[in-house]
Design a protein around this ligand. Structure first.
Ligand SMILES: [Zn+2]
Ligand SMILES: [Zn+2]
Length: 117
């Protein structure tokens, strides 16, 4: 018995695969999207210029804070350890040299504690 005219259905998802901004691996399922808020900061240091524009995102990751931290480290961002990594992060211009951005969820009420991501 011959099997002629059999259609092999191959579902190719690769072209639409979403890759994690942290580890660059394909994200199965729903990515974790992180947005950076618009910069409205009274904490901008004197002399801060527009040389380091932030990409507001959304940036897409595996649902693992380690992937987000890795991305932040690559970008040279600081992470506020008083906060947590959430879908929406608030950027804070840090008065360090060279200038850097700190990211915080903005939920805690006390001082930020920025550490390199
Ligand atoms: Zn990842
Ligand atoms: Zn904070």
């Amino acid at each position: 018995m011959e099997l002629m005219g059999v259609t092999i259905r191959t579902i190719v998802n690769d072209t639409v695969a979403i890759r994690c901004d942290g580890c660059r691996e394909v994200i199965p399922g729903t990515p974790w999207r992180v947005n950076l808020l618009d910069i409205v900061s009274p904490e901008v240091a004197v002399g801060w210029d527009e040389s380091s524009p932030l990409n507001p995102g959304p940036h897409q990751f595996h649902s693992d804070p380690a992937c987000v931290r890795r991305w932040m480290a690559e970008k040279g961002y600081y992470f506020c350890r008083r906060g947590e990594i959430r879908e929406i992060m608030r950027p804070v211009a840090l008065p360090v040299e060279p200038p850097a951005w700190g990211l915080c969820d903005g939920i805690h009420r006390d001082e930020h504690e920025f550490v390199p991501a």
